[in-house]
Design a binder for this molecule. Structure first.
Ligand code: ZN
Ligand code: FE
Ligand code: FE
Ligand code: ZN
Length: 267
């Protein structure tokens, strides 16, 4: 098993277990390297709209860093990276940079969980899908993903087709939309994440879909690998399936990051 670069901690308010338990689960599964990437504080919402069951508060970020540093020392020389899962909000790039530049993250995952302020991946707000023409919704999602890539703020685009989470898919062919988006991603140099959490939700398939991944492969887009674990036993979950998918599409390596510098590890 190569790496799991998408691991949460209970600091986000909706994950459980001690950080030690995540590390021990990873070692037991034979992962060569891991990275914590907890949710960034909700900088994109005014203070009163920030939900402590979604992300830590801004004052807690330095404690998160200290905890990761402690765990790195405790398990040295086992490689544990210091990452973050950062929401991308068009127009708020400056606010995000202000947070990111305060810490020396090994890598930054870029995620889209909100479109026009609507938390489309939160089951509490699932009704919101009724208000949309699904093709237009997908267009907005993938256009935003392309902007996230072009922003240059991220090393890895997390769960690149999260919009399929609840299984809502447009009837119209979305391959041209994938093509257009992947072309932008390829031009930006950012990696795409293979995220196995999609197998645990109604979508029932890895993020991104095989069709999206094939186009990534065609354009030479590098990949990362993550479980999006919110419980220790989810570390490295379904990675055999993820690696088989990567190999089937033609990938032979995944990216790793140290201080934002990319290296490759064979799969
Ligand atoms: Zn989460
Ligand atoms: Fe996410
Ligand atoms: Fe996550
Ligand atoms: Zn995630």
């Amino acid at each position: 098993m190569p790496v799991d670069y998408h691991i949460h901690t209970r600091m986000c308010g909706h994950a459980v277990g001690e950080m030690e338990e995540y590390v021990e689960a990873a070692i037991k599964k034979g992962l060569r390297e891991i990275g914590f990437a907890d949710h960034i504080p909700m900088y994109f919402f005014p203070l009163e709209k920030r939900d402590p069951s979604i992300a830590m508060r801004e004052e807690e970020l330095s404690y998160y860093m200290e905890r990761v540093r402690e765990i790195q020392k405790k398990y040295y020389p086992y490689p544990i990276k210091f990452g973050i899962e950062a929401d991308y909000t068009p127009g708020m790039e400056g606010e995000l940079v202000a947070i990111l530049e305060k810490y020396d993250f090994d890598y930054v995952l870029g995620s889209i969980h909100y479109l026009e302020g609507w938390g489309f991946d939160n089951s509490r707000y699932k009704d919101g899908y009724d208000r949309w023409d699904l093709y237009e919704l997908y267009e907005l999602y993938f256009t935003t993903l392309g902007r996230a890539a072009k922003s240059g703020l991220f090393d890895i685009l997390a769960h690149p087709d999260l919009i399929k989470k609840f299984g809502f898919k447009p009837a119209k062919d979305i391959i041209p939309l994938y093509e257009k988006t992947v072309k932008i991603i390829a031009g930006s140099g950012v990696c795409v994440e293979i995220n196995t959490a999609g197998l645990r939700v109604p979508a029932g398939e890895i993020y991104p879909s095989p069709g999206f991944l094939e186009i990534c492969r065609g354009y030479g887009v590098p990949v990362s690998l993550g479980s999006d674990a919110h419980k220790p036993d989810q570390v490295g979950c379904n990675f055999t399936e993820a690696i088989n998918l990567l190999k089937a599409v033609g990938y032979r390596e995944v990216a790793t990051f140290t201080g934002k510098k990319k290296k490759f590890l064979g799969i």
